[in-house]
Write a protein that binds this ligand. Structure first.
Ligand code: SF4
Ligand code: MG
Length: 340
């Protein structure tokens, strides 16, 4: 499949009166058409900030962004607002946790979708209105003709999330970024929305980045998983690999309380003991070391002094881990039994 998004060494910093907030400190990944990449981590891990950079949602006056974000051949780091206007909705769209705040409260749902369509298509209001109704139908909203004339507050939470997805997909984007799209919904509706996203992905062939802290979401929809911690990627692999045989102490912590991944819809990643570090003042060496129970397995003071690189895990092609235990020369996996 074609690679639609390539992120290389992305850094996002926010200068503040107290110093520089290092929100994302060198993240690299790619996403191909038809694939879903889940980005997981605690709040403050950089998972949303890195995706917002893809959408051009950071104020250039308040943020320093470097590295490269290539969306279907277009470089977005340092791009003019007009470039973002051009790719937004048409090439990349984002859906949020709370569609209530993402949709305009005083505009009819159908009109909002039609307006988004007309930004990229020179068509009459009537044609755009028909497109809106068609989209509402495609995301499984009954009576789409009537629903199009209603306001967001007249929709239930699940129906509003469907309408948000219709809005996101109206220009047939190649990449859909979904930021905790089911968090606000009850478990049954969550499952329906995830099914819908899977179906739509099959139909449209788009790539999806799923930002989530919910393991059910990871297990249900993702092909690949990137785990983030303190603005860096710490582990990468297929969803199956990460859930079955995590290869980073932080992921071991996140997964350790989950009884059954396949059946336990709604189970969340477990909070790891301690707190995430301040992004103003990251720990030396491995950012995770103040919370890591496995430091003593690494000879010397490497965990405290040396930032681990993001390296292939020995004997497991395609998998990456940022831990001194995962060094090809290290003692990873073979001798270590995580407390799962
Ligand atoms: Fe823990 Fe050291 Fe690995 Fe960091 S590098 S996760 S502190 S063992
Ligand atoms: Mg999928």
């Amino acid at each position: 499949a074609k690679t639609i998004l390539t992120v290389k060494d992305l850094q996002v910093q926010f200068p503040t009166g107290d110093g520089i907030v290092n929100a994302v400190s060198g993240v690299s990944y790619e996403v191909k058409l038809g694939q879903t990449l889940a980005i997981v981590g605690e709040s403050g891990s950089g998972k949303s900030v890195s995706s917002m950079a893809v959408m051009g949602l950071h104020d250039p006056k308040r943020s320093l962004i470097s590295g490269s974000i290539e969306l279907d051949g277009t470089e977005l780091v340092g791009a003019e607002p007009s470039v973002f206007r051009n790719v937004r909705s048409k090439k990349v769209a984002m859906i949020f946790q709370d569609p209530q705040s993402a949709m305009h409260p005083f505009k009819r749902v159908g009109d909002q979708i039609a307006e988004a369509y007309r930004i990229h298509n020179k068509v009459s209001k009537k044609v755009a209105g028909a497109r809106a109704v068609e989209m509402l139908d495609r995301v499984g909203i009954p009576n789409p003709q009537r629903r199009a004339k209603q306001y967001p507050h007249e929709f239930s939470g699940g129906m509003r999330q469907r309408a948000m997805i219709a809005l996101g997909l109206v220009n047939d984007p190649q990449l859909l970024i979904a930021d905790e799209p089911t968090t606000a919904l009850d478990v049954t509706v969550q499952a329906q929305i995830l099914d819908l996203l899977n179906d739509l992905q099959r139909e449209f062939g788009s790539a999806i980045i799923m930002i989530t802290h919910d393991l059910a979401v990871v297990a249900e929809v993702s092909d690949y998983v990137m785990v983030m911690y303190a603005g860096r990627s710490v582990e990468y692999g297929t969803a199956q690999e990460i859930l079955a045989t995590p290869r980073h102490p932080y992921t071991w912590g996140l997964l350790s309380s989950v009884p059954s991944l396949s059946t336990d819809v709604g189970s969340e990643l477990k909070p790891v003991r301690g707190n995430p570090p301040s992004l103003l003042n990251l720990p030396t060496g491995c950012s995770f070391h103040p919370r890591c129970d496995y430091m003593s397995r690494v000879p010397g003071d490497r965990c405290v002094n040396e930032l681990p690189e993001f390296l292939p895990v020995a004997g497991e092609p395609g998998r990456l881990s940022r831990c001194h235990l995962a060094d090809p020369a290290g003692i990873f996996a073979a001798e270590i039994e995580p407390n799962l």
